[in-house]
Design a protein around this ligand. Structure first.
Ligand code: SAH
Ligand code: SF4
Ligand code: F3S
Length: 490
């Protein structure tokens, strides 16, 4: 029993790394009369959404606070990806019962993926919740807050085919002033059988490229030096411009008239953002192995400021399991995409993955193929999870969640142990080399050290000297752990 408990600790750690701790809004006083507090769970897209929500509510006269005890409006922007992500939010709501007792006028809203999954059921289950708002309904927040102020319980969980919040300028929360996220698309059309995202985020849609480039330029002008373009499957980004009035009238002489020829692909968007400034680093996540094209890899190779790092989730190393997952590629296809990365970008391009242990009907041999895929690729980093069945997903409807919990945890621990070896091996290859590091702030352990990342997304720590946040520094790496490179500015 004790062993299982210990192993559960490891599971929590892995999940923490993936989801991190909730992000909390900071104090910002603009002289408004009401204050909002927002806490975000889940993926970077959710963190980016919280910045949109804050922008919308600031317009409505809300300042932000980092202390929910002083807030008039408490928002939890939630994640539904695994059961433990939802449990965290449930615990948080329990905790907020006391706040509501002390200050009965405080409004509590649940936003994001859990709101979308549970809809008004959440109001029945969690009595203290005043508002339930899905990811495509944030423009409606002012009206929903009014309704809740008037004593009604307010719900909007409509999903949209168009909403991208393209015109809303996010209020950066928890910002280090150097790195920022830019959402380039929303939703997902992939239907991986284990995944709740297509249900919580709706259909895939791409955001207008000009608004993306404008946001990147604005960030650069404000001193930011590293932007990450976000989407569940960035390689399927495609935006076909609206036809001009003349073309709508049926004259198809312009290349835009045919639609497809005028479309902006992800490779083109990447190039447009890279051209904002050579000192602006560009990253992106997530790449789906079925859609990652050589064109994207060649674009990365052409621009020094497009970071040489690809998050390419495999989920499993076994082709039968991948078919059950409806990932639409097999082991061979995946390895060919890794070979293309190595061919076009070289051995030192960073590659990371997501892996799921103990998916429905996974055998010991199939699990061993996940480990052998890891041996072949040698990932720099991985997010690793035990399979958690999500209600109403294709897997929940059609497949039995039949791998015992203990087996899932044991396999997960084997995957984690293997990854720790590989991370250390990969980091050792970086020793005695000079890395260009963008400084993001002080190291976690000491104010005498700075930390930043290299192009391959590895954290590098070095003595501060006269360097500052936002500087590019050349660091000779002399030591490493499996998580960090250590060195000295040269
Ligand atoms: N769009 C991304 C993934 C977003 S979800 C992609 O396609 O890769 C992030 C990760 O959570 C997934 O890659 C997967 O590894 C994990 N995940 C998703 N659903 C899960 C579930 N039901 N149980 C365990 N892990 C899950
Ligand atoms: Fe989920 Fe698959 Fe879409 Fe990723 S690509 S969000 S795993 S359905
Ligand atoms: Fe979670 Fe929704 Fe992101 S389910 S991982 S917050 S898209």
């Amino acid at each position: 029993m004790e062993r299982v408990v210990q192993q559960l600790d490891i599971l929590t750690e892995a999940d923490k790394e993936a989801c991190e701790l909730p992000r909390i809004s900071k104090e910002e006083n603009r002289g408004n009369t009401r204050r909002m507090y927002i806490e975000s769970y889940g993926c970077q897209m959710n963190f980016a959404d919280s910045e949109i929500v804050t922008a919308i509510l600031q317009e409505q006269g809300f300042d932000t606070t980092s202390d929910f005890n002083t807030a008039d409006l408490i928002l939890l922007n939630t994640c539904a990806i695994r059961d433990n992500a939802e449990q965290k939010v449930r615990h948080r709501l329990q905790h907020l019962v006391n706040v509501k007792k002390r200050r009965p006028g405080t409004l509590i809203g649940v936003l994001g993926c859990m709101a979308e999954r549970l809809k008004s059921k959440l109001l029945e289950e969690e009595k203290i919740v005043d508002m339930v708002v899905g990811p495509d309904a944030y423009r409606d927040l002012p009206r929903l807050v009014d309704e809740a102020d008037g004593g009604q319980r307010a719900v909007n969980v409509f999903l949209s085919r168009e909403e991208t919040y393209a015109d809303i300028s996010p209020v950066r929360l928890n910002s280090n002033g150097v790195t920022a996220f830019i959402s380039i698309m929303r939703g997902c059309d992939n239907m991986c059988s284990f995944c709740v995202v297509p249900f919580t985020r709706g259909r895939e849609r791409s955001r207008d490229p000009h608004s993306i480039v404008a946001e990147a330029r604005d960030l650069f002008d404000k001193g930011y030096r590293d932007v990450t373009l976000l989407g569940q499957n960035v390689d399927s980004y495609r935006l076909t411009p609206d036809p001009s009035p003349k073309e709508r009238g049926g004259n198809n002489s312009s290349p835009l008239g045919g639609g497809r020829e005028g479309a902006v692909t992800f490779a083109q968007l990447l190039e447009m953002v890279a051209q904002v400034h050579p000192d602006l680093r560009v990253r992106f996540t997530t790449s789906h192995p079925k859609d990652l094209t050589d064109e994207v890899l060649h674009t990365m190779a052409r621009y020094e400021n497009i970071c040489k790092y690809i998050h390419l989730p495999a989920q499993s190393g076994n082709s039968r399991v991948l078919r059950q997952m409806n990932r639409t590629y097999d082991r061979e296809w995946y390895l060919e995409r890794v070979a293309a990365i190595r061919r076009i970008l070289g051995e030192d391009c960073g590659i990371s993955t997501d892996m799921i242990a103990g998916f429905c009907s996974e055998t010991e041999e199939e699990h061993a193929e996940t480990l052998s895929l890891m041996d072949e690729v040698k990932y720099d980093f991985a997010y690793m999870f035990a399979y958690s069945e999500r209600p109403n997903t294709p897997a929940a409807k059609k497949l039995a969640d039949d791998v015992p919990h203990e087996t899932k945890i044991r396999r997960l621990n084997e995957i984690i142990a293997r990854q720790q070896q590989h991370s250390l091996e990969r980091n050792r290859l970086d020793l005695n080399k000079v890395h260009k590091v963008l400084v993001e702030g002080f190291s976690k352990r000491s104010n005498e050290h700075l930390q930043g990342r290299n192009s391959q997304n590895k954290v590098v720590v070095f003595p501060k000297k006269h360097y500052q946040k936002g500087d590019y520094v050349h660091v000779l790496v002399t030591d490493c752990t499996n998580a960090t490179l250590l060195g000295e500015a040269v």
